[in-house]
Design a protein around this ligand. Structure first.
Ligand SMILES: Cc1cc2nc3c(=O)[nH]c(=O)nc-3n(C[C@H](O)[C@H](O)[C@H](O)COP(=O)(O)O)c2cc1C
Length: 200
């Protein structure tokens, strides 16, 4: 079974990110994937504290919080969908904390700075990235930075990015519903993701 996990970084319930994530996941389901959603606002977890215990333990043993529920889902997923609103030119604090907590998936040589690799790479995993913001211009609103933070994180982790959807000019909760063409674009990206994944 192709498993696709959606990670929503918006603190706002019923907001644009919720709607966009549902659209991407419905496309992935159409392509035969089993989908699951994690709304980070519903999970109690902290940002990484840099204890470096994961380098030896190969899992996060420094913080016993709700990320422990998310780690096995990431391991099981062959597709990831990251959705974040633009907050102050970047991803939300929730999404940034989530990304930092992916650190246990990396192996680092003892020499620092030095070589590193993801422990879950080269397994055909793929991802789609969605960001939504109020401003129309990518530079003015920080959309380019927001997308880049998520793109680099997914590439580094071993989930090659097969779709990026920057959504501009959307401020109010749920406003994106008024733009069926954007929701269709999101569904298409999900379908494309689902079709790229191998069964397993
Ligand atoms: C604290 C905060 C900071 C924001 N910063 C930006 C920003 O830098 N650039 C931008 O384009 N929109 C910014 N926005 C607008 C949100 O990205 C926009 O309202 C988005 O649609 C929210 O998505 P959601 O409904 O999924 O939460 C900000 C909103 C908040 C609450």
């Amino acid at each position: 079974m192709k498993r696709v996990l959606g990670i929503n970084g918006s603190p706002r319930r019923g907001g644009n990110s919720d709607i966009l994530l549902q659209s991407v996941l419905s496309g992935a389901a159409e392509a035969g994937a089993e989908t699951e959603e994690v709304h980070l606002r519903d999970y109690r977890f902290r940002g990484c504290i840099g204890c470096e215990r994961c380098r030896k333990d190969e899992q996060c043993t420094g913080l016993m919080d709700d990320m422990q529920l998310v780690y096995p889902r990431i391991r099981r997923a062959c597709g990831l969908v990251l959705v974040s609103p633009v907050y102050s030119y970047s991803v939300t604090a929730l999404m940034k904390a989530f990304i930092d907590r992916l650190y246990p998936f990396y192996h680092f040589e003892s020499q620092r700075p030095g070589p590193w690799h993801t422990r879950i790479g080269e397994q055909g995993r793929k991802s789609v990235i969605v960001a939504v913001g109020e401003q129309h211009s990518p530079e003015e609103g920080g959309m380019h930075l927001t997308v880049e933070v998520m793109r680099r994180s997914m590439d580094a982790l071993g989930f090659g990015v097969v779709g990026e959807i920057p959504v501009f000019g959307i401020f109010e909760r749920g406003k994106v519903r008024e733009y069926p063409e954007i929701l269709e674009q999101a569904r298409d990206a999900g379908r494309h993701l689902g079709l790229q994944l191998q069964d397993g």
